[in-house]
Design a protein around this ligand. Structure first.
Ligand SMILES: Cc1cc2nc3c(=O)[nH]c(=O)nc-3n(C[C@H](O)[C@H](O)[C@H](O)COP(=O)(O)OP(=O)(O)OC[C@H]3O[C@@H](n4cnc5c(N)ncnc54)[C@H](O)[C@@H]3O)c2cc1C
Length: 454
């Protein structure tokens, strides 16, 4: 049902907003909408409807993620007034350890702003009773509550368009009509489908199956075997675009990204010599894995993620390919809040003031796809990998500014920079010539497998 006067479709004093999903995109939207409304003196009320309880460990409170947050995003958030407390950060990561079949190298972050932090989206892995650290998602949800949002812990089962609003119904018979509804439901298929009924042109994003597991090692073993380093693997295993081990408190998180990761691929990765060598030799990894899952990841943006009185944000619309999904959630959430508070909530308004933020992410992902194509070619070739490894090993002796390839790889692995920025830096003639030189001479340097080079 079309609203009669599209251009007059705006929020007014007393307007109600229902945000379905209290993950990062839902909470970022709420934070900005409340803040912008306060600035212009608009009196709105926001309900966040969230099915999970982020204070619970394991699947009940988990939003299935590697939990890497870049220093640059932490800084951007703090300038917005979202200051992540140290209790949310599980580990500050200051280097990455690059593993290829021909060797290993520890690469320090060339610049401070390239550091990253590891967090847990929920309260930690299944069975974890460590209460001294907080969930990232719960911290954001509490912040929204402090700023005036109302949080309803219920699963939304129905959304229906009414004459002058949208009705939301939950599993436990909650029912309310809102002036404006935000879909921040991630990649939850049934809920995305619900939104198609009120947003007829919406086509949900394309997804691919990934893998996450947690290994319980204890703080001492983590300090000894991982320290403040994220381990990144460029191994020639089919379907895996990127594999990483991320230390967090007494756990280490394994993340495998790529296409349709299954049990067999996971087992091949975990049993590979390069991965096993990272762990204490006597540990039984299967027995020390409290939880694992195969979550979906957004690999191609949704289409037309808006309609009159409705907008979809975060993973439900456009994300960043393989990396920094939380940063992308921030971008789309802020764009939607800007549009809703300052411009309006009609389909036409979202097209002009929200869609450009999504299109920008989508264009960057096209460059990202090309970068991952090049990475996959390197991954399959021992000689290219040797050249690359040799180049970054040599760079460690140079001043930070000249560690160009190390910096490019760091941003590719962590998502700290846009893919366009990474690509432009890769096109620097110094990088290309030095890489070719290293590939040509790689065979002359013997790098023993498993040996750490400084
Ligand atoms: C394997 C893997 C590793 C990743 N690693 C990283 C990383 O290291 N760093 C990073 O920045 N990003 C990472 N991401 C991406 C990141 O997880 C997402 O981009 C991010 O979570 C998107 O936030 P969101 O709020 O849009 O969606 P989500 O985080 O999925 O939140 C959606 C919320 O909606 C709720 N919901 C859904 N349906 C309903 C309903 N019907 N009723 C009520 N509530 C509902 C869910 O419970 C959930 O809380 C990773 C993703 C994967 C798959």
């Amino acid at each position: 049902m079309e609203d009669p006067n599209l251009d007059d479709l705006t929020l007014d004093d007393g307007s109600t907003i229902g945000v379905v999903g209290g993950g990062p995109s839902g909470t970022f939207f709420t934070f900005f909408a409340l803040e912008f409304a306060r600035r212009v003196g608009l009196k709105i009320s926001i309900d966040i409807l969230e099915a999970k309880d982020f204070t619970k460990p394991g699947p009940a409170g988990c939003n299935n993620c590697g939990g890497i947050v870049s220093e640059s995003l932490i800084q951007v958030l703090s300038t917005e007034g979202i200051i992540l407390p140290s209790t949310v950060i599980r580990r500050g990561i200051e280097s990455y350890t690059l593993h290829v079949e021909n060797g290993v190298s520890v690469i320090e972050t060339p610049f401070k702003e390239q550091r990253i932090a590891s967090v847990y989206r929920g309260a930690g892995p299944k069975g974890d009773a460590d209460n001294d650290q907080l969930s990232f998602d719960n911290y954001l949800l509490e912040l929204c509550k402090e700023n005036g949002a109302n949080v309803i812990h219920e699963r939304v089962t129905e959304v229906e368009r009414a004459k002058d609003g949208i009705i939301i119904r939950t599993k436990n018979s909650f029912e309310k009509k809102y002036d404006f509804v935000v879909g921040a439901v991630g990649l939850n298929k049934p809920t995305c489908k619900l939104f198609q009924s009120i947003c007829p042109s919406y086509i949900p994003p394309k997804t691919s199956r990934t893998y996450i597991s947690e290994f319980l090692l204890g703080r001492d073993a983590i300090d000894e075997y991982f320290g403040n380093s994220m381990h990144v693997f460029l191994l020639n295993i089919p379907n895996i675009t990127f594999g990483a081990l991320i230390p967090k408190g007494k756990y280490v998180t394994l993340v495998l990204l790529g296409t349709d990761i299954d049990k067999e691929i996971v087992s091949r990765f975990i049993q590979s010599k390069d991965v096993r060598n990272c762990f204490p030799p006597d540990i039984d990894l299967e027995a020390n894995m409290p939880c694992n899952c195969y979550p979906m990841i957004n690999i191609q943006a949704a289409k037309t993620a808006y309609s009159d009185r409705v907008v979809l944000i975060g993973d439900s619309s456009s994300s960043k390919l393989y990396k920094n999904g939380i940063g992308a959630a921030y971008v789309t959430a802020k764009a939607a809040a800007t549009s809703a508070i300052f411009h309006g909530i009609s389909s036409r308004t979202f097209k002009s003031s929200f869609q450009p933020a999504c299109s920008d992410l989508d264009k960057d992902n096209t460059v990202g796809k090309f970068i991952f194509l090049v990475t996959s070619i390197i991954q399959k070739s021992r000689i290219l990998k040797s050249g690359l490894l040799q180049m970054v090993v040599k760079e460690q002796k140079k001043p930070a500014k000249q560690r160009r390839m190390s910096s490019i790889l760091w941003d590719t692995f962590t998502g700290s920079a846009s893919y366009r920025n990474i690509f432009v830096r890769f096109l620097n003639p110094f990088v290309i010539i030095y890489l070719i030189w290293n590939i040509l001479t790689a065979g002359l340097i013997k790098l023993k497998p498993g040996k750490h080079e400084d």
